[in-house]
Design a protein around this ligand. Structure first.
Ligand code: 6PG
Length: 465
């Protein structure tokens, strides 16, 4: 029988983990497997005991928070893996009297970056709060996540050697962790990561929807998804999609996916990204469309009679090479524009907040461990570090692909919010003239809000019939 509490020698453990749900327990095991002596604490002690039963190799559990803190070497380094929001504030309040000014608390939850900003200020001089995005789910936490720490740069420097040991590896074999920047930059970058995650997931599900509407069976669709999973599109999200679509329901004859309700839930990070887009003045339509698609999927309007959109005629699009190519190119554009929009948001926020973020580093640390990892991030890293010639070439290729996206949109009458949004985003980028001059005119007509002319400088008003 493993003892319920296994004490490490006082003040000698390298790192502490608070919160032993799936992510916390997995991360503690990852740390211990890399040779660190890990102290763990959970509000309800059962979870601590559960973890110690599973793995007590250099993991030490404590019933009292004070004992847990005492067990750590100074400066104390504590990873919080508790639910974002109030639970983070509650534990910080409990920890505050037990910590010194050099101690480091790393909040690894999906905390709202604005909350992190407040917490950094609130505890300034008392201890250091680091907001650290962690991506990769349970398996990432256990085998190597992508880590996005932001906050006091010296404090991050102290914890970095530990994080480097447990992180996933990028395409060049370097750990998927970096000093993201100061302030709440780590949680901001993780929020945008999740926004991109929403957009790419929605794009893939739209391709699934197209195939389903054509009447193709799950095994065929799964194989189709596998056939797309190469080159720039080779990705974790396509990997899991191939597996998900072909999984049989062990409670019936069919496939598990077909038994799942079509209302998509969300915990908030996508919506926060949209708010941030508005706050920093950055258009992120793929992310916004994906958030709205999840929200609208609830269709909680009782007065609506649902209509069948399934095609009467099955397989009217033949799954030939041409079809595959147009879907591949379309999905490639979805991935590309989702990454570009997210990176643009990080860029603009960083310009205003002066966090010191290097976009190339963000692209690098997303290459392994995280949910949005894909081969395209290799190409994007080159893109960011390159001269304009490379960028011109890439956008010329993108422009040539607009026809593919249009063709895909025309082939179906199911909703394709992110694919349409990708098309419109690119059309907008490539347009020499938008129709938004009329909006400026209307604003001026009814409210004298002013307009700028194409033929002379200044702000003008009036001149209407
Ligand atoms: C990750 C994920 C993770 C997130 C889930 C669920 O990077 O590991 O982003 O942090 O919590 O993806 O998010 P939603 O419930 O909002 O879909």
């Amino acid at each position: 029988m493993v003892p319920a509490v296994s004490f490490g020698s006082t003040m000698s453990n390298s790192i502490g983990v608070i919160g032993l749900s799936v992510m916390g327990a997995s991360f503690a095991q990852n740390l211990s497997s890399k040779g660190f002596k890990v102290s763990v604490y959970n509000r309800s002690h059962d979870k601590t005991e559960e973890l110690l039963h599973k793995n007590n190799n250099s993991i030490y559990g404590y019933k009292e928070l004070e004992e847990f803190v005492d067990s750590l070497e100074s400066p104390k380094k504590i990873l919080l893996l508790v639910k974002s929001g109030t639970p983070v504030d509650l534990i910080l309040e409990q920890l505050a009297p037990l910590l010194q000014s050099k101690d480091i608390i790393v909040d690894c939850g999906n905390s709202n970056w604005q909350d992190t900003e407040l917490r950094i200020t609130r505890y300034e001089g008392k201890f250091n709060v680091i907001g650290c995005g962690i991506s990769g789910g349970e398996s990432g936490a256990l085998h190597g996540p992508s880590l996005m720490p932001g906050g006091n740069v010296d404090s991050i420097g102290k914890i970095l050697p530990i994080l480097q040991k447990v992180a996933a590896k990028d395409f060049g074999g370097k750990p998927c962790v970096t000093v993201v920047g100061n302030g709440a930059s780590g949680h901001f970058v993780k929020m945008v990561h999740n926004g991109i995650e929403y957009a790419i997931m929605q794009g893939i599900s739209e391709v699934y929807g197209i195939m389903k509407q054509q009447g193709y069976g799950n095994l065929v669709i799964s194989e189709f998804m596998r056939s797309l999973n190469f080159g720039n599109l080779q990705s974790y999200l396509l990997d899991i999609t191939v597996a998900i679509i072909s999984t049989k329901d062990n409670e019936g004859n069919g496939f598990l996916l077909d038994r799942i309700e079509d209302t998509a839930k969300a915990k908030g990070t996508g919506g926060w990204s949209v708010e941030a887009g508005m706050h920093f003045g950055v258009a992120i339509p793929n992310i916004a469309s994906a958030v709205m698609a999840r929200t609208q999927s609830a269709r909680n309007m009782s007065y609506l009679k649902r209509m069948q959109f399934e095609s009467e005629e099955s397989h009217h699009v033949t799954m030939n090479e041409e079809f595959k190519t147009s879907i591949y190119r379309t999905l490639e554009m979805v991935f590309l524009t989702s990454y570009l929009q997210g990176l643009d948001l990080i860029y603009q926020a960083n310009e205003q907040k002066k966090w010191g973020i290097e976009l190339e580093e963000i692209i690098r640390i997303w290459q392994g461990g995280c949910i949005i990892r894909s081969q395209m991030l290799g190409m994007l890293k080159l893109f960011w570090g390159s001269d304009n010639g490379w960028k011109t070439k890439l956008f010329a290729e993108v422009h040539a692909d607009l026809g593919n996206i249009k063709q895909v949109c025309n082939q179906t009458d199911i909703p394709l919010p992110v694919i349409h949004s990708t098309y419109d985003y690119l059309r907008t980028l490539f347009s020499t003239q938008l129709a938004t001059n009329l909006i400026q005119a209307q604003r001026d007509y009814f409210g004298a809000h002013g307009y700028e002319r194409t033929d002379k400088k200044g702000v003008f008003t009036g001149g209407w019939n």
